[in-house]
Design a protein. Structure first.
Length: 237
């Protein structure tokens, strides 16, 4: 008769032994790795301290970059504001200079009425100005008539202008009502000191202007007629 032997199977013990051997191998390997680094002069604690210092330095440099960027933005904005302020100031100065120039011109104009350089009395064609108004062959004109203040009488009468030039190579004279946008043939004036007349004139196609002739015809008294010739060159708008 044969004998039956019963044994208890415990697989977890085998697994535990294998796990222990693996852990021991890892620890042994780690120990050998650290020993090798130590033998090579590597200090883990020192390396960690150096890494911490580098991390701190990196954070400080990053913060410094942020601060410098903010300062740069502030300076750029300040420069932009200064430039805008300078441009505004420059425009203001330019406007004031133009205003001063205008006042000087007006002052010279009134001085010319009160104390003219010459002794001529009576009517004067103080100015006839022409300015291009942006429309082809069209211009803005301004006629200024004055009277010396030595005379207490009103100046009355009428004035007109003609434009002399060339058309198709021939001399051509255009009367006021032929070039003026309104139907006025002449200006009627009635003043003691001065009077202005303004309007637009348009030249026919192909006409080359050379000069403007202003004629003033006073009425009453012994006042003489006045005539003034103005060369054409005009100021571009």
């Amino acid at each position: 008769m044969s004998r039956l032997v019963v044994t208890t199977h415990r697989p977890w013990r085998l697994r535990l032994v294998i796990a222990g051997l693996v852990l021991a191998a890892l620890l042994s390997g780690w120990g050998l790795f650290e020993y090798g680094r130590y033998r090579a002069g590597y200090d883990t604690l020192t390396a960690q301290q150096e890494q911490g210092q580098l991390n701190q330095q990196n954070a400080e440099l990053h913060q410094e970059i942020v601060t410098l960027r903010e300062e740069k933005a502030v300076l750029e904005r300040s420069i932009q504001i200064d430039r805008q302020a300078y441009k505004a100031l420059e425009a203001t100065v330019g406007g004031l200079q133009a205003e001063i120039s205008e006042y000087k011109s007006e002052l010279a104009f009134y001085r010319g009425i009160v104390s003219p350089k010459d002794a001529q009395q009576g009517l004067r064609v103080e100015a006839f100005e022409l300015t291009a108004n942006g429309v082809e062959s069209s211009f803005r004109y301004k006629l200024v008539l004055t009277q010396v203040l030595k005379s207490d009488r009103l100046a009355r009468g009428r004035a007109t202008f003609e434009v002399e030039g060339l058309l198709d190579g021939q001399n051509k004279t255009l009367l006021q009502h032929e070039v003026s946008t309104d139907a006025t043939k002449f200006f009627t004036f009635n003043f003691k000191y001065f009077q202005n007349f303004e309007g637009d004139l348009t030249l026919p196609a192909g006409f080359i202007p050379l000069r403007v002739v202003i004629k003033v015809d006073p009425t009453g008294g012994n006042a003489d007629k006045v005539e003034k010739i103005v060369e054409w060159p005009v100021e571009e708008a």
